[in-house]
Design a binder for this molecule. Structure first.
Ligand SMILES: Cc1cc2nc3c(=O)[nH]c(=O)nc-3n(C[C@H](O)[C@H](O)[C@H](O)COP(=O)(O)O)c2cc1C
Ligand SMILES: [Mn+2]
Length: 492
């Protein structure tokens, strides 16, 4: 991998024309959020580095749209070919996400994040410029593009999650976790033993650590091992000052803290990935900050939460989630699964999953629907679970809409699962108290298995004609090569 930390990664993407420096002075109060939103209404928007923040004595810089909806920045970050089609990126992601490389420890004095180390009363997080993104946000959020470490009280596994964190005061930071998330399960595990939960949070991180923090892996799997595998080199950690967890050695800014049961403050709302202020202000646990580490003139990574394509949970998230869903289905052992995709426009890939299969037996499509709906990688939030035949590409919404409109007979092909795993952030469930309980529609958009043989043939080109036309493509006056096709005419 050609980069070792966020600063080197920024040089890499700058070389590809994918970084925009913003030298003009910008206010972190709504203006930074507004600029990020307006600059990211297209899928190929560059990452934005804000270098001149109003009222800032710390020389902080802020990076937004680090990955966003850019497939190429995802590919560059993990060393795959940025020109691959999405389905190939998913296939390659499955391979690199399985290459586990455990983290390594470096000496404290070799860790760039230890350029400045403060403890106790010397810490004042309010000195940093911290964004309020949307007009209705309940405060300034220091943690959006963050990674948060917690340890399992049972086996010491270090979890890395991305959880939103509102700044309450000089040494107090909110810590909102959704039910079922590993950070919350770890936290409650420590509390059940009568102990405080230690946390380490980094607010300026490299893109791979951020990506794995945002993704669901197994409860006993450390995202640090996955990040190492994706990068092909161990994540470098170093010892902390006050907690027993390690800290990421190459991060831009890290805090160490503890969270005590019952220590809560009103938190939120935040304009979220759904495009709504999804959750009312409510009491949430507070991190008491014990130590602060940062590089001089640190680069904070901040994630704008918004409607696609302006959301930081974008292309990389959809690709990795789709790869995880494929892995889950393959681990269960269901045959015939060809491809899967969670399009990021469906609430950051959380809203919809499309799976394509080669139908092999009666009930096969219904089985895949049920398994895809509840497998660990897809169960959270997902409302629309769609199964299609293997001549339909799940990453191509035009294809998926065609299958829905021509192979799905709603009175036969739709089922609903109720009281499923969801989130307080889904605005469609009203009253808000009901929100963690979701529902899922299972849509069979495959040709009906019973009548597969009789089902009308779709219009497809004869292979020999395709080959002839493709061979004459330039002679016919078209440039490049003829589009590739997935299916061809079959004679009766
Ligand atoms: C920018 C961003 C903000 C997020 N905010 C939260 C949050 O506030 N609470 C939460 O539970 N999950 C949040 N998530 C989703 C979690 O990071 C994701 O579900 C991840 O799988 C959690 O890690 P875990 O599976 O180890 O619990 C956020 C994700 C991103 C990318
Ligand atoms: Mn986890």
């Amino acid at each position: 991998m050609a980069w070792r930390d966020l600063r080197e990664w920024l040089k890499l993407i700058e070389g590809q024309g994918e970084l925009k420096h913003i030298a003009a002075q910008v206010d972190t109060h709504e203006e930074l959020g507004a600029i990020t939103y307006l600059a990211t209404r297209g899928e190929s928007a560059p990452a934005l580095l804000f270098e001149n923040l109003a009222d800032d004595a710390t020389k902080t810089r802020i990076l937004t749209n680090m990955l966003g909806s850019s497939k190429s920045r995802y590919a560059l970050s993990v060393g795959i070919d940025p020109n691959l089609p999405t389905s190939e990126m998913i296939a390659q992601s499955r391979v690199i996400m399985k290459r586990s490389v455990p983290p390594t420890r470096v000496a404290k004095d070799r860790a760039p994040v230890n350029e400045v180390v403060l403890t106790g009363d010397d810490i004042d997080m309010t000195r940093f410029p911290v964004p309020k993104f949307w007009p209705g946000d309940g405060g300034r959020f220091i943690g959006t593009g963050d990674i948060t470490f917690t340890a399992s009280p049972d086996n010491g596994r270090i979890n890395v999650g991305c959880y939103r964190q509102m700044l309450h005061g000089p040494r107090q930071i909110g810590f909102y976790c959704s039910p079922g998330k590993h950070g919350l399960l770890d936290r409650e595990g420590w509390w059940a033993r009568g102990e405080e939960c230690e946390v380490v949070c980094a607010y300026g991180v490299d893109p791979v650590l951020f990506m794995v923090a945002a993704q669901s892996f197994g409860i006993d799997q450390s995202e640090l091992d996955v990040a190492g595998g994706m990068m092909g080199r161990a994540v470098e950690l170093t010892d902390a000052e006050c907690v027993s967890l390690p800290i990421p050695a190459n991060a831009e800014i890290v805090i160490e803290g503890t969270v005590k049961q019952g220590d809560v403050l009103p938190e939120g709302p935040l304009g979220e990935f759904t495009g709504y202020y999804g959750r009312e202000r409510s009491p949430q646990p507070v991190i008491q900050v014990k130590a602060l580490h940062y590089r001089k003139s640190p680069i904070f990574t901040h994630a704008l939460m918004a409607k696609y394509p302006s959301c930081e949970i974008g292309a990389y998230y959809a690709i990795m989630r789709s790869a995880r869903i494929m892995d889950d289905l393959s681990a269960i052992g269901v045959p015939g699964v060809v491809s899967a995709y969670s399009h990021p426009a469906a609430a950051s890939g959380w809203g919809m999953v499309v799976v394509s299969i080669s139908q092999k037996y009666a009930g096969h499509s219904a089985q895949v629907l049920a398994l895809a709906a509840q497998c660990p990688a897809a169960a959270y939030y997902t409302k629309w679970v769609i199964v299609v035949d293997d001549d339909v590409d799940p990453t191509d919404l035009n294809d998926v809409l065609w299958a829905l409109s021509t192979r799905c007979h709603p009175s036969e092909d739709i089922d609903i699962l109720r009281n499923t795993w969801s989130t307080g952030l889904d605005p469609s469930q009203y009253v808000p108290e009901d929100r963690p309980y979701g529902a899922k529609v299972l849509i069979n958009a495959c040709k009906p298995h019973r009548y597969k043989a009789q089902f009308p043939k779709s219009t497809a080109l004869r292979r020999s004609t395709y080959d002839r036309v493709a061979g004459r493509w330039n002679e016919l006056g078209f440039s490049g090569s003829a589009p590739k096709l997935q299916a061809f005419h079959v004679d009766d």
